[in-house]
Design a protein around this ligand. Sequence first.
Ligand code: SF4
Ligand code: SF4
Length: 457
Amino acid sequence: MSVTETMTDSTTARTSRTVVSDPFGGILAEGFVPGAGIDFRNFQTCVHCGLCTSSCPTYIELGDENDCPRGRIYLMRAVAEGRVQVDATIRAHLAKCLDCRSCETACPSGVHYSQLIEPFRMDLEEHLAKRFDLFRDTVLYHLFPYANRIRLALTPVRIMQKLGLYNWLEQKGFFDWLPGRVGRMATLVNAPVPSGPRLPEFLPAKGERRARVAFFTGCVGDAMFRHVHWATLRCLQENGCEVVIPRGQGCCGAIHYHAGSREGGKMFADQNVAAFASVLNEVDAIICNHGGCGAMLQEYPNYWKDDQQEARRRFSEKVVDINAFLDDLGLVAPRHPIRMRVTYHASCHLAHAQGVHDAPKRILHAIPGLDAVPLDEEEICCGSAGTYNLNQPEMASRLMDRKMERIAMTGADAVLASNAGCLLQIEREIRRRHLPLGIYHPIELLDCSYTGQPLRR
Ligand code: SF4
Ligand code: SF4
């Protein structure tokens, strides 16, 4: 049932009275209008040209106008204006969006699509958050964002991996019997992760100091990719950077924010801003090495409007991706040859949210002996997209198949990606398909070229 009497002004969609059908069978709330608070000019910037459609992974796969950026903008605008009620169908089309932001790169009109879909979905999620969701309210909110808890939870996994038991269970399909998202997550954490010592608070530059930077460690990045953190730190030192690693920092906040907890995301944002406050004025940049985290850190000022906004803006404008930073600084020439063929998969939030397209490839091309070959549809999402692969397994798996086909066509020995989610998702597929392929962060190769150490197997 939907009853609407609509009044729209030039900046904000306002609906005076709306009763919305609950996609799960009840009534959401009288007067609840998802997207009503969105700046209406964001909708108006879209001129419906459709130039974004061919860059949208879900449209490429499904060919349905409702599953492309233009169609989704139509749907959200219609709901925000009170012309259409939110029902299960609309919600499904919006839920299928990966928030990969490929459409933002493609759009010639400068539509900030994420500033439409994110607050719209946040409205819906916050409204439905009153329902208890076991996975979200335990694993997602209380495990994932905490590196120490992840490490602890992974201890039995690591022991079973050492005994060969975890692989055996995975090969026998045991995890397929676990309920939904838990089973899917169990296969993602089977990556053979090298451990690394705790990160220090300070590392000196090698040779003449060219910059002083702070380093963001994150949660999953620190628990599962500490070897990438160490490679990043060594590369920074090699490039004449002094590094400080402030204590007290935490998850970037993206896990909470994208799962529908505006307040949870804000709590982590404020924690990080506070943790870096004492070094902010003395560093040239805050370095982040995972595309999704970096995008979140850079966009703090867009998400919350309160008296902390200026502090968040000062923090965010210093956040730089490691590839972009070294590329801008002027890379100290890598020394040792790495004789292999690699291909680069672009993390969506690195490419489309941070706008870092070519820096990782320039770094790879600088490594002697490395044959870096282009990947068809390099900037199309692999289906990982934060927790999308857990919540939308069918589309995630279609996109993964598409990505793996294209990786195979390159004949590469290894695939490279600058984001934890992509690395985990692609690694799982490599393992499942028994492919003779390596998977690395690009900075791992740069580090090996500096140190002369062999790449981890
Ligand atoms: S989002 Fe941009 S590219 Fe897509 S239809 Fe609107 S104006 Fe055109
Ligand atoms: S964010 Fe990605 S999946 Fe969503 S509409 Fe844009 S291109 Fe499509």
